[in-house]
Design a binder for this molecule. Sequence first.
Ligand SMILES: [Zn+2]
Length: 510
Amino acid sequence: MIHLLVNATVLTLDASLPVAQALAVKDGRIVEVGGTDEVLWLREDDYELIDLEGRTVVPGFVDPHNHFSIGAFETLWADCRGARSVADVQQTLAVAARETPAGAWVRAVGYDHTALGAHPTRGDLDAAVPDRPALLMHFSHHQCVVNSRALAAAGITRGTRDPAGGEIARDKSGEPTGLLFERAMSGLETASREAWEARFTEVARAASRRYAAHGITAIQDAAVTPAMARRYAQARAAGALAIDVSEVMVGSRGWFERPDDAAPGTLKVFVDGGYRCAMRLMRDGVPRTSGFLFYTREELTALLLTAWRAGRHVVCHAIGNLGIETAVGAIEDGLRAMPDGRARVRIDHAIFLTSELIARIAELGIWVVVQPSFLWDSRAPSGGRAPDPAIRQRPFASALRAGISQAFSSDFPCGSNAPLAGIAAAVTRTSRRGHVAAPEEAISVSAALEAYTLGAARAAGIDAVAGSLEAGKRADLLVLSANPLECPATRLASIQVLETWTKGLRSNPP
Ligand SMILES: [Zn+2]
C-alpha cells in the first residue's frame, strides 16, 4: 500500500527542498516529497490518503547518546528520584525488596544526595534490605550506594584498595560506607543487573513504544556490554523494538573500564568521570585538577589507533575540561598517524569548554554530541556549577559559531527523554523549573531541530537512511501539533507528537 500524506507543512531538513506540502510512503520508505498535487498523482490501486489539514511533519528524532538498556529496566526498579530523606529511600527499598524476585539484587535508581542532605550509607540500606544484595544508583549513574550483602558479594572490605579510576568511600575508622564512585562500582553494577537482564525483551517492547511516543525513531545505546548485546539480538528476533537501535559497545567488566573484550562495532571509551568529571581549575592563580581521569593522552591515542586499525568507530565520553582536553589531544595525535580516523571518532557530552578547546574541536572537524536535556533538567538556578570564569557550560551557540558539528541527544535516563523538551531548553536556555543558564548561548529553533534530526543522524552514521525527509530514506517521520518554527519559544516543550512513523509503521495514531 502507498500512503499519501497531503496538505501538511513538511519541514524536510533537506536543503534542496526545505519545506514541502506532502509526501508519499511505500514499503517503509519515502518515495516522494513535494506538493500535494504531485503526491496525489502517485495514487495506486491500494492506497491510503491522509489529509493532515495543515499540520506539521518533521523527520523522526534521532538520539545518538541514549541508555535504552538501562532506562528500559527502570520501570522494574524502585524509583528514588522523589526521595527527600534517607527514610524515604529506606521505605522505597523495603517495598522493592518484597517485590524483587528471588535471586535478583534489589535495585533502586535516581537518588539525589543534595535532596537527601547526605549520601545514604550501607547501614541505612541494611536496615531496609538486610538479607540480600541491594544497589541504589545515584541520578548521575556514575556513583551508587550498596548494602553490606552487596559489598560482601563483591569482596569489598576495609582492606580493599581503591581501583585506578574509582573510589570506595570510607568512614573515619576506614570501613567502606557503601558509597562507590566510577570504577569502584563497575563489578557490582554489572552483577546487580544480571538476573534482571533476562526480562529485556519484555521491558524493551514497552520502552521502545514510549520512545516512539516522544517522537524518537532511532537511537544509539551508548553503553552496551557483550551480555546486553546478546539480549538485544533476542529482542530484535522477537520483533520487540519499535524503534531503530544501534549499539555502542563497552566491555564485560563495566561501563567505565577499558573496553578490551567489547563485541564488534562502535566502541565507547569513558575518558573521564561523570558527576566527578576531570576538571582543571584555577584556584588563587594556581591550576588544580580534580575528578576522575581514566586515561592519559598517550594511553587514549594508543586505544584510538588500535580501534581505527580494526575499522572501528570510537565514541569518547568527556565531560570536564581536563577530560575534553585529554580526548582532543589524543584525537589530534591519532589523526596525525591516521588521518582517515576523522570520520570514526566523536566526543560526547563536552560540557565544560574553554575558547581554546572550542577552537581545537572545530579544527578537528569531528562530531560532538551534547545534551540540551541537562539544561532542561537542571536543578541549580545558574544551570550548574560555574567553576572558573574561563570555563563555559554547554556553550551551544559559541560551538556552532566556531563551526563545530554539534548534534543533540538526551543521555536518558540521566537526562529527560523528550527531544522537544531538549529543543526548548537549547532555544530558551530555561529549565523546566524556570531557571535560565547563559542565555547568550541560546540557538535558533531551526538549528536545534537540525541538531536532533539530520545532525544527530550524521553523528550516528545513519544519515544515508534517516535524519531528513527525502525520497529513498526510511519513512521515519512525525506529525506535530504545532510548527516549532512558528510557535512561541516558551511553548516548544508542550508541542505534542500526534503520530510517529517508524520505517513506515505508524504508532500512536490520533
Ligand atoms: Zn551517557
